[in-house]
Design a protein around this ligand. Structure first.
Ligand code: F0G
Length: 546
């Protein structure tokens, strides 16, 4: 006769296996609240929100004041993380010395622990031409600095840049590059020689903006499963290897490096498999082209590899991260995502990587640029205390229990929306749920009505903030009509901040979305009152209901 406690322990264990049943929780969160913030507004303030939305914000969620949002603010998962007590207390120990503060050296050690031994440096006390960690205040500052220096380096190369694109390129790829060459948001033609192409699975909008701004040509090579919207495919963030091979085989001289965004934010927060990363490394090695990651959500990507890729189920997250980053010659990261902080970014360039070999002066020039624009390389636009928050954040982000709850929360939010009949991108990604506006409104919706903008505006009146990432954000206006992005994207994104909301909050957003979905034939189009021709226009535009 077993002890009664044995009996119950066995039952408790079994209950935990039922965790996947919708809305039943047998295990608690692996953390508890240490600080809370009461709202200064109420969900009942519908008229006040309508007033602000129409008069102040011009229906643009970016321009709507956050303190008037009583529900979930899902505008971005960037810089919106709730920090841990360990982070806050580490920040009190920040060293605010102007040069070579203590946090910088600690960060360099943490980089090795988080990203692997290949990111270490023998001369760890040496700051100068051989630096491998470049601190910036956020991701786009990294992009701006990186592509500024890169384009300077490239201009020194006298390539036969007037040569036409090779006819041997895969036709669809060639057509996409030509479209990109013919258009530049600054009003001039991006193909002015010398022209260079930066391929990626999908560049984020600021990355793309920074590349174009330096007169380089960003090209996306998303995998076929992504374009076909394959809901049963776990790694829709992958790059199309056939297109990559074609590009490097026929235009190798025009490709200074290959980029890969993990997870693929623009394409639905979708992860990239280690098999894909390994193959990209093989192909780039074959053609002698350096390989970089946009690593904003590297830990979330590693979790998907662990859960869904053959052979990784028993591997620790840290080990998977080391394997991912072992393949790269460098990366840039907005630490506002998987750095678990509210501000910060970094570029990392491997000492003995192909990039350093190809551009030996680059690192020295990057530190010069940092000094001109951000500050001494040992703090790079951040306070010493911010660095301490980053170091602690990089320790927390690879914890199994953190990633389990983080990504399962998004999965459950997605399940709830699916239960309500809302068309979302499946499988759900690591940082957000993407609502498919083409299916939401059906075939009768006209692109130029931009109904997704009206949907986000009405949702704000309900008390929740999401943002359009689709026809308006990624498309463009050619002077007479809207041109949708290619490949076509028409999403509204609900980006879930880290450690901020509970399921109850997200489910209340799901209810508001359902109400709008059930009455979708009443959602009007919008007029664009301002900003249609601006670069990155979605941040500043103003609209009114038709
Ligand atoms: N790369 C990716 C993949 C991103 O998602 C972002 C930002 C950046 C670069 C730029 O970093 O914001 O620190 O300057 N994404 C945010 C978002 C803004 O809401 O998805 P940043």
């Amino acid at each position: 006769m077993p002890d009664v406690t044995d009996f119950f322990i066995e039952k408790f264990h079994k209950n935990l296996d039922l965790e996947h049943e919708l809305s039943r929780y047998y295990s608690p969160r692996p953390y508890r609240n240490a600080v809370v913030r009461f709202r200064s507004c109420s969900i009942h303030d519908f008229e006040a929100r309508r007033e602000i939305l129409i008069r102040e914000a011009g229906l643009n969620p970016f321009l709507f004041r956050a303190d008037m949002i009583p529900g979930c603010d899902l505008l971005s998962d960037s810089g919106t993380t709730t920090m841990t007590m360990e982070q806050w207390s580490a920040m009190l120990l920040g060293d605010e010395a102007y040069g070579s503060n203590a946090g910088y050296f600690e960060l360099k050690e943490q980089v090795i622990l988080t990203f692997g031994p290949s990111w270490g440096q023998d001369k760890s006390l040496f700051v100068g031409e051989n630096e491998n960690v470049f601190i910036f205040h956020q991701g786009r500052a990294c992009e701006n600095a990186f592509f500024t220096i890169l384009s300077r380096e490239l201009r020194k190369r006298k390539s036969d840049s007037k040569r036409k694109l090779s006819n041997e390129l895969l036709p669809a790829l060639k057509a996409r590059i030509e479209t990109k060459m013919g258009f530049h948001p600054g009003g001039h033609v991006a193909s002015e020689p010398p022209f260079f192409i930066i391929p990626s699975n999908s560049h984020f909008d600021t990355t793309e903006g920074n590349i174009e701004d330096k007169n380089l040509i960003p090209v996306n090579l998303p995998c076929r499963e992504h374009i076909e919207k394959r809901e049963d495919f776990p790694f829709r963030g992958n790059m199309d290897l056939e297109e990559l091979e074609s590009l490097l085989e026929h235009e190798r001289d025009r490709v200074p490096l290959v980029y890969l965004t993990v997870t693929n934010n623009t394409g639905g927060g979708q992860p990239v498999s280690l098999a894909n990363i390994g193959k990209i490394r093989e192909i780039t090695k074959k053609y002698g082209v350096p390989f970089f990651l946009d690593a904003c959500r590297f830990a979330e990507n590693a979790w998907f590899i662990q859960q869904k890729e053959d052979g990784y189920r028993d591997r620790a997250i840290r080990e998977i991260v080391h394997e991912m980053f072992g393949h790269a010659d460098g990366f840039h990261i907005s630490l506002k995502k998987d750095g678990l902080v509210n501000i910060g970014g970094a570029v990392l360039i491997k000492d003995d990587g192909d990039f350093t070999r190809a551009y030996p002066r680059f690192r020295g020039e990057l530190t010069d640029y940092q000094i001109m624009t951000e500050g001494h390389p040992t703090y790079g636009g951040l306070a010493g205390r911010d660095l301490m928050g980053v170091i602690e954040g990089l320790r927390t982000v690879t914890r199994q229990e953190y990633l389990d709850i983080r990504i399962r929360q998004i999965e459950r939010f997605g399940e709830r929306l699916v239960k309500h009949g809302i068309p979302i991108v499946l499988p759900t990604g690591g940082n957000a749920v993407y609502i498919d506006m083409d299916r939401f409104f059906g075939d009768t919706a006209r692109d130029e009505d931009l109904k997704a903008i009206a949907f986000t505006a009405l949702l704000l009146i309900a008390g929740h903030r999401l943002c359009e990432l689709g026809l308006y954000s990624f498309g463009r206006y050619d002077g007479s009509k809207e041109i949708p992005p290619d490949p076509r994207l028409n999403y509204v994104r609900a980006a879930v901040p880290r450690l901020l909301y509970e399921e109850r909050d997200l489910f209340s957003t799901a209810e508001a979305i359902k109400l709008l979905y059930d009455n979708r034939e009443r959602i009007p189009g919008v007029n664009v009152d301002y900003g249609r021709n601006l670069k990155l226009r979605h941040f500043k535009s103003r609209f009114s209901f038709k």
